[in-house]
Design a protein. Structure first.
Lengths: 553, 328
């Protein structure tokens, strides 16, 4: 029985994912736990795992294309089995996040429903659905809840006590538990949708019950030719769910053998915008190697320069070539990456949604810079930013009113000091968190920062590494920026915008002297922090940086 | 520049370092009155006396342990192993003491000591006396492992090894001792941990060390006549590996062949392949190929002995494979 493989939710903010690469091809044997595809989320590249054994019957979303969370990206089933439901269905069918897998694994052999009159397989409404799982009341004031995330999908075995969904209430995010054993037959309320307290959000097929009888949604998916009478189909309201998002022009490669090319040949082809499929490989087993790519490039097989230029322009430091005077090339439309979309969306929510206030202070950095020099003499790598992170953390510990986060209508007071560092990466930014930064030495902070920045650039950070914290340090000093104002990254409540350390003429004791000065601007969330709290924090931070021995106390 | 045999270059290095530093002494079987099993210590007993050129009984574990102790209290012993096959007896002292003294004492003790002797096949010595054991020692943190191929490197690296503050394992070769090469006089120092491009090329990087270097040069010269440009990279030091030099050359040629006399499984070459695939994957135009000793014990028969070891024709075949010129 073909079951869909769905685009999983791989980060808290992920709405859709791009298939970077299929790690299995059609016809491959799959075991539960196998990585089957690599997916680019808004945060990082992660692997999609199979949850069942079987054979990959179909790839519905080819490499390079995007699918929303929950949409089928491929189908799994018995060897040689055909995926019939999707292909025949109208192309206009909407993509659904709901799990079409439903009762598929347990769906009866095709003869069974045929022998039974439809009456015995009640329509998708009413009590015949099995046990309804209701939106629970999770706080005294809760009237409705939003499904943040389904932790189980249709077809999953559920035991009493299992967390099956994450629900956002008016207070916080909580988990809904199952009170019975069985199989999750159908999800009624999709992720992101609301349900009032007491309304069914899903149906459970009790243990031992015939799934086919309780989950009519399974019928249209049954690929067997002699399936349930046609009349059953319309009664299944969610019939269209199973339709995979069809894509035109699936790559020829997905149909059969994979394209063999050496890593170097692939790299050159990508840089030069050459389609490797058009290159004849002369290496063993037809492998495309460097000489083949070079020959093809010599024959002008590369894509139009405009297309090839796009990835090239991304290279750091690459200067766009001057165009000839008088020509006016059309602007190129490049699709937004998942990360750009989320940054765009979050920033446009944060700026009007979070009332910012700003405090700016100048810090003399002589002593802090000296720490770096002393570290260098000891062959220890410590940057000025590491010192700022450490000072920001100690200051945060000493200013507990700053170490907060607004969650619903509660203010979380953290008992730990976790400081984010803003890392610019290609086409975006991310803020990995240094945990317990107040307790860590400069060397540890430095090593962790470098490690996480490096992995951020490779998009290899785990969600736990960039969530949480109450404050982020964003430093544009290395670009020579004197001062700037940063946007808070909720649920954090503050961000430090750090400028460059530069020599400036300042007045001290009636004299004009030259000092290394750095400007720091704090953005605070005025809903939880007030100006005086922020000012006290900055005073502490300034003191720590100007007299770093205070870090020891 | 004078031409010296490999053994003469080593002798020169020993004599110069013993003159320079009174703490340096040589200990081993037959190093004194017999002037060395392979004549490396020729004339040194006469020159430095029996307090510094010490004939040890046939007790590798014993004199190795004694020397490790001497190093811990300030002397700089050079321990000659008649061959590395016999040094297996002393491995406990080398691995559990020499390599770990600094660590176990929290830096209070140092162990500036050199263990040196021939490795590899000597010619019809059968399985117990023909082993290339450098991979065994390269496995251990706390040791440095060197295996120079040329007389000049032998001199320069032995001098560096004696001056190093850590235990250094030096692989020489029975079949290297009589080979001649130009050797700079006096203070010739070759730093440890630095590989050497012995021959520049553009089509493939041929990575090797010790005696296999000569087969590699032979193969490179033969291939030049076919229009194939081979870059020969002599690692010289096996721990720490000169990763930068390996990657630099592979990034230039996009292909690599590694030739080692020892066995393939868990060999040095396996670590070099790992380095290349993890750090220069996108530079590779072909899988890396290794030429190694065959996975058998060494035969006594000369024809089988030769068949067991890498040689120029095997290296040439490997290079053609990575150049996709098989059967061409």
């Amino acid at each position: 029985m073909a079951t869909p493989i769905q685009m999983p939710s791989l980060s808290p903010t992920m709405k859709e994912g791009k298939i970077v690469k299929w790690l299995k091809k059609v016809g491959d044997k799959i075991a539960s736990g196998d990585a089957i595809a690599e997916v680019e989320t808004d945060k990082s590249n992660l692997e999609v795992e199979a949850y069942d054994d079987g054979f990959l019957l179909e790839i519905s979303v080819p490499e390079g294309e995007v699918a929303t969370v929950g949409a089928p990206i491929g189908y799994l089933g018995a060897k040689g089995e055909k995926v019939s439901g999707g292909a025949a269905a109208p192309a206009a069918a909407p993509q659904k996040t709901e799990a079409p897998k439903a009762a598929a694994p347990s769906a009866p052999k095709a003869e069974a429903p045929a022998a039974k009159p439809p009456a015995q397989a009640p329509a998708a409404t009413g009590s015949g659905e099995g046990i309804a799982i209701l939106m629970p009341s999770l706080s005294p004031t809760m009237k409705e809840g939003k499904i943040i995330k389904w932790l189980k999908k249709a077809g999953d075995k559920v035991s009493s006590g299992d967390a099956i969904a994450e629900v956002e209430t008016d207070k916080s995010n909580l988990e809904v538990e199952a009170y019975d054993d069985g199989t999750l037959a159908r999800i009624v309320v999709n992720e992101g949708d609301m349900a009032t307290v007491g309304a069914p959000i899903a149906f459970l097929t009790p243990k031992g019950a015939k799934a086919g009888a309780t989950a009519p949604a399974a019928a249209p998916k049954a690929p067997a030719p002699q399936q349930a009478p046609a009349a059953a189909a319309p009664s299944a309201p969610a019939g269209a769910q199973v339709v995979p998002l069809r894509r035109e022009a699936a790559p020829a490669a997905s149909g059969g053998g994979r394209l063999r090319a050496s890593p170097l040949a692939k790299r050159i082809a990508q840089e030069r915008g050459l389609d490797l499929a058009q290159v004849r490989g002369t290496g063993p087993l037809g492998r495309v190697v460097k000489r083949d790519v070079e020959q093809a490039l010599g024959q002008g097989l590369a894509k139009a320069p405009a297309q090839a230029a796009a990835p090239q322009a991304k290279k750091a430091g690459a200067q766009p070539e001057a165009r000839a005077f008088g020509t006016r090339p059309e602007p190129q439309a490049v699709p937004m990456s998942s990360m750009r979309k989320v940054i765009g969306q979050r920033m446009s929510e944060v700026k009007p949604g979070v009332p910012h206030f700003y405090l700016t202070v100048e810090v003399e950095m002589e002593a802090a810079v000296k720490i770096r020099e002393e570290a260098k003499a000891l062959d220890v790598k410590v940057s000025v930013n590491d010192i700022i992170v450490k000072a920001a953390a100690i200051a945060l510990r000493r200013s507990p009113k700053m170490n907060v986060s607004l969650q619903g209508d509660q203010v979380l007071h953290y008992g730990t000091v976790d400081v984010g560092i803003a890392v610019a990466i290609e086409d975006g930014l991310i803020t990995p968190i240094i945990r317990d930064a107040d307790l860590k030495g400069l060397q540890t902070i430095s090593a962790e920062s470098r490690d996480m920045a490096e992995r951020a650039r490779k998009r290899a950070l785990k969600p736990a590494e960039y969530t949480g914290g109450s404050l982020t340090v964003s430093n544009l000093g290395m670009y020579g920026i004197d001062q700037f104002i940063a946007v808070i990254n909720p649920p954090q409540s503050a961000i430090l915008a750090v400028g460059a350390v530069a020599e400036k003429a300042v007045a001290r004791d009636g004299q004009v002297v030259v000092r290394k000065v750095m400007t720091v601007t704090l953005s605070g969330d005025h809903r939880v922090i007030d100006g005086a709290t922020g000012a006290e924090y900055l005073r502490e931070l300034k003191g720590l940086l100007e007299h770093p021995t205070r870090l020891l106390f | 520049m004078p031409e010296l045999m490999y053994r003469e270059a080593l002798n020169q290095a020993l004599a110069e370092e013993m003159e320079r530093d009174a703490n340096v002494f040589l200990i081993g079987e037959e190093v004194g009155r017999y002037n060395g099993a392979f004549k490396v210590s020729q004339g040194l007993l006469d020159k430095f006396g029996s307090a510094r050129i010490i004939d040890a009984p046939i007790s590798e574990l014993g004199f190795t342990g004694l020397s490790v102790g001497a190093a811990a209290v300030g002397l700089r012993p050079v321990v000659e192993m008649m061959t590395w096959n016999f040094a297996i007896l002393a491995m406990d002292q080398i691995v559990n003491n020499a390599a770990k003294l600094r660590h176990m004492s929290g830096g209070q003790l140092r162990c500036p000591i050199v263990f040196r002797g021939p490795g590899g096949a000597g010619g019809r010595l059968s399985s117990q006396h023909s082993q290339s054991l450098e991979a065994n020692y390269a496995h251990f943190p706390g040791l440095k492992v060197i295996a120079p191929a040329t007389p000049a490197d032998a001199k320069g690296m032995l001098k560096s090894a004696i001056r190093d503050e850590n235990p250094v394992i030096m692989f020489e070769g029975e079949r290297l001792y009589a080979l001649k090469g130009e050797v700079p006089e006096g203070e010739h120092i070759v730093p440890l941990g630095v590989a050497d491009v012995k021959r520049e090329g553009t089509d493939v990087t041929l990575i090797t060390w010790s005696r296999m270097y000569y087969f590699c040069m032979e193969a490179a010269e033969a291939l030049e006549k076919e229009g194939i440009s081979v870059e020969v990279l002599d690692l010289r030091t096996l721990r720490p590996l000169d990763e930068e030099a390996i990657l630099k050359s592979v990034r230039k040629t996009n292909r690599a062949v590694i030739c080692e006399e020892g066995w393939a499984l868990a060999g040095i070459g396996a670590s070099v392949v790992d380095l290349i695939q993890s750090q220069a994957f996108d530079e590779l135009d072909a899988p890396v190929v290794r030429v190694t000793g065959l996975d058998v014990n060494m035969s006594y028969a000369a024809n089988l002995e030769n068949a067991t070891q890498p040689d120029a024709p095997k290296i040439i075949a490997a290079i053609k494979k990575v150049l996709y010129r098989e059967g061409a």
